[in-house]
Design a protein around this ligand. Structure first.
Ligand code: N1C
Length: 250
């Protein structure tokens, strides 16, 4: 009986996990009333369901991106690398100033979720999915890569990027920001890139960091570059005081 109980519990747990994923997808999606969430769920699922979870290429999400394209948010687009907490602490309160990928429908629906499929099954799994290190073409990695590219493609006007001054290489060539987003900024749409270097107590780097030299070198000619060292507390203050004008945050 112990074994049977174990099996029943395990399969119950799995079913609940799956149901949970779908209900999370729908409840997050339904906050955006202008979309048909069932249609988006179908487009989402076809990307990875019934597939080897190590063989999901970025293009698998093309139909999903086509069903919920990003809108131009000129002068508000916010990129980030290794500053997830600070950035989203700010955008949670100042969407009037800054919009990240996680503020869009697709980014917010899938933020912090894990999912994958399996050959021979039409289910969505949330456990036993490949680790990032195991294979690059996994469903989660490919989704973020595809959506980061699309998000960068529509950026326009002045764009902001928050980088982390507490690490040795704030502009890391292997990051999504450096490898996917920056190369897609085109001078015909993006006028200026404002880097905000987040400075915490134990800063290791700042705007003079050599990695930023690479950034200026790969940036499309015609895009103006600026970098400003800004303390974390100043960023938090901008979030706490809605009366501060967007342009006066730092
Ligand atoms: O690799 P990163 O950062 O430089 O990627 C961040 C960059 C942002 O500008 C976003 O537009 O790329 C986009 N992006 C996300 O929005 C995102 N949300 C959640 C990329 N990755 C995202 N994730 C997950 O965080 C994903 O699992 C990925 O591996 C990390 C990237 O974090 P990072 O190294 O700090």
């Amino acid at each position: 009986t112990a074994l049977i109980t174990l099996i029943v519990c395990l399969s119950l747990g799995l079913t609940v996990g799956r149901r949970n994923f779908k209900s999370t997808f729908f409840s997050r999606c339904e906050k955006f009333t202008e979309y048909d969430c069932q249609k988006l769920w179908d487009a989402f699922q076809q990307a990875y369901v019934n597939k080897d979870p190590c063989k999901v290429p970025v293009e698998a999400y093309d139909p999903l991106l086509a069903a919920a394209p990003f809108k131009h948010q000129c002068n508000k687009t916010m990129f980030w690398s290794q500053t997830n907490g600070v950035v989203h602490g700010l955008t949670a309160k100042r969407n009037d100033c800054f919009v990240t990928l996680e503020d869009t429908l697709l980014g917010s629906v899938l933020d912090n979720l894990t999912w994958c499929g399996k050959e021979g099954s039409n289910d969505t799994f949330t456990t036993g999915c490949p680790e990032w290190s195991k294979c690059e073409n996994n469903p989660v990695h490919s989704f973020w890569n595809r959506s980061s590219a699309a998000f960068a493609d529509v950026a326009c006007g002045d764009v902001t990027a928050m980088l982390n001054g507490s690490i040795n290489t704030p502009f890391n060539p292997t990051s999504a920001f450096a490898s996917i987003e920056v190369p897609r900024f085109k001078a015909s749409r993006v006028k200026k890139l404002n880097v905000v270097m987040v400075i915490q107590k134990n800063a290791r780097s700042n705007c003079t960091d050599p990695s930023l030299k690479n950034l200026t070198q790969v940036l499309d000619r015609g895009i103006t570059y600026s970098c400003k060292d800004v303390s974390e507390s100043q960023i938090q203050e901008c979030g706490a005081k809605p009366e501060i004008a967007c342009g006066a945050c730092w």
